[in-house]
Design a protein around this ligand. Structure first.
Ligand code: NAP
Ligand code: GCO
Length: 266
């Protein structure tokens, strides 16, 4: 083993929805390991915010406006990236949304919207980059899964269906394109302190913790929410030659949630 196997020098990495949050932090990790960073977001102002954030962190990132659910727009973006930056070696399917609505109150349109961003879009993005990876002779695809790839809970039926599907899409890409030296793995983050989970951490009017916040702290052997920076090193591993023999795997970075039966009541 060589420590240089973890380096990403000369590699082009596209991280979707990476103006802030988990994607931004993963991109910073990939940049520190030597990759050239390309990201997209749905609005110009978010792309501008992202470019500024990367600049402040000392990273010259390339930002594109693109809705990852729009197949034509994704194909156009990938063609532009190939021309302006280079053929993509690493794709991180990070863009995602959640709707917390009890299932019997959720409309089919709302359900479809979550599936569209969290499952159809990773298919669209992977499909767009795989031909370039085959030509290059290598490629890494990392799908950002979830605790909800394994577990259910109230109000997140669409999200759980999408993230469970994303786990299986990961295994299928591995099965179908492994022979082309493409590794497709997932990262399953636990509960991470980002804007997506901010409503679950809001202080109550009396200053006490949100009940869900206390629930997660009790449910996590680490006894805390995780920080988005903690996903960077696992992503570097899965993006690098150090993981060339790892394919179709979901690496749960959850502070131990999935290993734990939970605290017994006092
Ligand atoms: P976030 O803070 O909400 O960031 C997600 C990003 O994706 C936002 O910049 C968002 O833009 C963008 N996005 C949404 N729809 C898009 C589209 N159609 N096209 C392009 N970009 C789009 O979420 P996060 O917490 O960093 O989560 C990132 C990923 O990790 C998601 O897939 C999420 O499901 C997953 N995850 C999160 C946690 C957690 O605890 N936070 C845990 C497990 C998994 P807008 O701001 O315009 O919506
Ligand atoms: C929720 C959360 C989760 C997390 C994450 C867990 O409402 O339960 O938002 O779904 O964000 O995906 O891994």
């Amino acid at each position: 083993m060589k420590m240089s196997d973890f380096r990403l020098d000369g590699k082009v990495a596209l991280v979707t929805g990476a103006s802030y949050g988990i994607g931004f932090n993963i991109a910073l990790g990939l940049a520190e390991a030597g990759a050239t960073i390309v990201f997209n977001d749905i609005k110009q102002e978010l792309v501008d915010k992202g470019i500024q954030g990367y600049k402040e962190a000392g990273v010259e990132a390339h930002g594109y406006v693109c809705d990852v659910t729009d197949e034509d727009a994704v194909n156009e973006m990938v063609a532009k990236i190939e021309k302006e930056v280079g053929v993509i070696d690493i794709l991180v399917n990070n863009a995602g949304i959640i709707k917390r609505i009890p299932m019997i109150e959720m409309t089919a349109a709302q359900f479809r919207q979550v599936i569209d961003v969290d499952l159809n879009a990773p298919f669209i993005c992977a499909k767009a980059v795989i031909p370039g990876m085959i030509k290059k002779g290598h490629g890494k695809i990392i799908n950002i899964c979830s605790m909800m790839s394994e577990l259910g809970r109230e109000t997140v039926s669409a999200y759980a269906a999408a993230k469970g599907g994303l786990k299986m899409l990961t295994k299928n890409i591995c099965s179908e394109y492994g022979e082309f030296n493409i590794q497709c793995n997932g990262i399953g983050p636990g509960y991470i302190a980002t804007p997506q989970t901010a409503p679950l951490r809001e202080r109550q009017p009396d200053g006490s913790r949100h009940p869900f916040d206390s629930f997660i702290v009790a449910k996590t052997p680490a006894g805390r929410w995780l920080e988005p920076e903690e996903l960077a090193a696992p992503a570097v591993f899965l993006a690098s030659d150090a993981s060339n023999a790892v394919n179709g795997h979901i690496l749960y970075v959850d502070g131990g949630i999935l290993a734990y039966i939970g605290k017994q009541p006092k």
